[in-house]
Design a protein around this ligand. Structure first.
Ligand code: HPA
Ligand code: MG
Length: 216
């Protein structure tokens, strides 16, 4: 996706105050600001669904990258289903759920994918849409795409709700991006810090207190 087409929330430094929206009481001390309120996420997901429907017509195998991608995946699928029942052009969807673990080697990243060899072989000739929560360095996604290509899908497209603007990036840009975010650790909308904060609706920046409280 051309960067002019995504929403850059690094430009506007005025993050929302925690007082402006409702956050769960159990996270009172643990967040420093709200970066993207839940309502804005939902509006953006609707637009991403429309881009995907307009640019893809064959059956899609939509692959959710667990765990962080699950909320975006669920909302995106709902929006795509609504569009394909109202816009005359409908896309058959099948759904896959993948856990990806990455291991840094000397020069490259290795990925371990939670699908059997038979499930992976089923990707041959299919159009895959990978749904991820965040592209940070890009290394895991590049390694995952390399692995998936060996199963000869017809096409692979990637959507990530967030892309982090960081010097550690390898330059990878997904086909459909929701928001570019600053180089800070964000949580909420299924993104976690050591498995906490997945139950927060807004995308927020974690505070030093939160980092300490949930450190492992
Ligand atoms: N938040 C949560 N998970 C992540 C992040 C982040 O900022 N970057 C990579 N994984
Ligand atoms: Mg992720």
């Amino acid at each position: 996706m051309d960067p002019s087409k995504w929403i850059d929330v690094t430009v506007d430094k005025n993050h929302y105050s925690l007082d402006h929206f409702v956050i769960p009481k159990h996270y009172d001390q643990d967040l420093s600001s709200i970066l993207i309120p839940h309502g804005v996420i939902m509006d953006r997901v609707q637009k991403l669904a429309r881009l995907i429907v307009d640019e893809n017509d064959g059956p899609l195998v939509v692959c959710c990258i667990l765990k962080g991608g699950h909320q975006y995946f669920a909302d995106l699928i709902n929006c795509i289903k609504k569009l394909t029942t109202t816009r005359g052009h409908s896309i058959p969807l099948s759904l896959e759920f993948i856990r990806v673990k990455s291991y840094q080697n000397d020069q490259s990243v290795d990925v371990k994918i939670s699908l059997t060899e038979n499930e992976l072989k089923d990707f041959e000739g299919k159009n895959l849409l990978i749904v991820e929560d965040i592209i940070d360095t890009g290394k895991t996604m590049v390694a995952l795409l390399d692995r998936l290509q060996t199963y000869k899908p017809k096409d692979i497209k990637v959507t990530s709700l967030l892309i982090k603007k960081t010097e550690r990036s390898n330059g990878y840009i997904p086909h459909y991006v929701g928001f570019a975010i600053p180089d800070a650790f964000v949580v909420g909308y299924a993104l976690d810090y050591n498995e906490h904060f997945r139950d927060l609706d807004h995308i927020c920046v974690i505070s030093d207190h939160g980092k300490e409280a949930y450190a492992v």
